[in-house]
Write a protein that binds this ligand. Sequence first.
Ligand SMILES: *Cc1c(COP(=O)(O)O)cnc(C)c1O
Length: 364
Amino acid sequence: MTARDPIPLVDVKAQYAPLLPQIKQAIDEVLEGGQFVFGPNVSAFEEEAARYLGVRETISVANGTDAIVLVLNALEIGPGAEVICPAFTFYATAEAIARVGATPVFADISPQTFNLEPDRVAEKITERTKAIMPVHLFGRPAPLAELAKLGLPLIEDAAQAFGSPDIAGTGIASTFSFYPTKNLFGLGDGGLVASSDEELAERIRMLRFHGSKSKRIFEYIGTNSRLDEIQAAALRIFLRELDGWTALRREAADRYRDLGLGQVCDVPADEPGHVYHLFVSRSPHRDEIRSALADAGIASADYYEPPLHLQPALRYLGYSEGDLPETERASQENFSIPLWAGISAEQQERVVETVLATARVPAS
Ligand SMILES: *Cc1c(COP(=O)(O)O)cnc(C)c1O
């Protein structure tokens, strides 16, 4: 590798490359078995994931968006109901709420954590509020204990935080995505619901298969949303690697801080449960930093601009610019830099040097 090699935002292939022989063998076994849905790998993965997360039940589904929709359906949250969620998150969070006919109600975030601010959530509660949907954004756990005090069911959108010890358990259900860039990923789409409420889990298990337990008697209007055997076989292998990957992500985040990135931008403060799905900093000079990185062949990204309350599909909710000031400012200032399990110290040094070179001497 030379100093000119481009650095991607995430190198998923580097993470799974050492596991290729195991993955190929697992896929071969699925082919030998000839059972592609609801087979032994799906059952085993569901059990292993439940044990890992410390919940009684998990239900695997086709993707993380379906996972949210199915939880809402199972809780009979629909027309007339409100669900409070952030507007600084991936679109699917609010889309799922709207998809079941309920109303997403956006609360503002904390500028330090990018997560829901409990005081702002409290202000949005009405008698129609049926749940709060915190998102563990960028891998940082949302303030679940404080949100739980508000007395409403919590549905955790945990798509970005598989592997954090501080999630899944406080809420009535947590939802995960195995989209290939997430911390725990599959070889395509996949998702999971985790819950210790056995009745709720049973309903979700039926809803993901046409509202049926038996394939003959159909008790609810459900859908078809399944994880397949090949995905489950790969996910079982990756789940065993996850804690090691998380440790590498956390080390890489520490290294960014140690290299002095904080001299030119606000870097994320560490906390033990943060699993660094992304390393997202903020600066009023975000665009300048991103173009310097691009010139140096270093990938970067920024998120959720426009934020959800200003997206065309959600205009009917009636929000306007200025309604969520911290959300709007975060969407204008945030940027993420390369981070994955296995990024090298040299790559990180090049990133930091490039960002530091954009620094303006502060007028003190
Ligand atoms: C990825 C993601 C989803 C959706 O997951 P899919 O598997 O792509 O449907 C939902 N919410 C958040 C916060 C996400 O990051």
